[in-house]
Design a protein around this ligand. Structure first.
Ligand code: FES
Length: 118
């Protein structure tokens, strides 16, 4: 496992994201509620650049005729066909067996690092 430091924390303010390339992999890096998340920039449906998609929220499970919106800023919608994924986990909203890869993130001395395996 190696940590690849890609940005200063000042370069990624709260609520923003960017796409970085590490060892040839495109990775979306998100700053969400004080934490950082790294998501593979690849949609498991047809391979779209997932992290170019809109970031928003979703309707939460609720009773019939109840509509509760939540997870604002935590859901990315694929720009090609609209599949939605939780940025924190990489899991799709409609089937928890469908996911895109996530990577651990470390912050050291004001630098954001993405942890890659072999
Ligand atoms: S390529 Fe992402 S939903 Fe189709």
């Amino acid at each position: 496992m190696a940590v690849h430091f890609v940005l200063d924390t000042k370069e990624l303010p709260e609520g923003t994201h960017t796409i970085v390339t590490v060892n040839g992999r495109e990775i979306g890096l998100y700053h969400l509620n004080g934490s950082y998340y790294a998501l593979n920039n690849y949609c498991p449906h047809y391979g779209a650049p997932l992290c170019a998609g809109h970031v928003g929220g979703t309707n939460l499970p609720s009773d019939v005729y109840q509509y509760e919106y939540g997870k604002q800023g935590q859901i990315v919608r694929c720009p090609w066909h609209g599949w939605e994924f939780d940025i924190k986990t990489g899991v799709s909203l409609f089937d928890d067996k469908i996911r895109t890869r996530t990577y651990p993130v470390e912050v050291r001395d004001g630098k954001i690092g993405i942890v890659l395996g072999k």
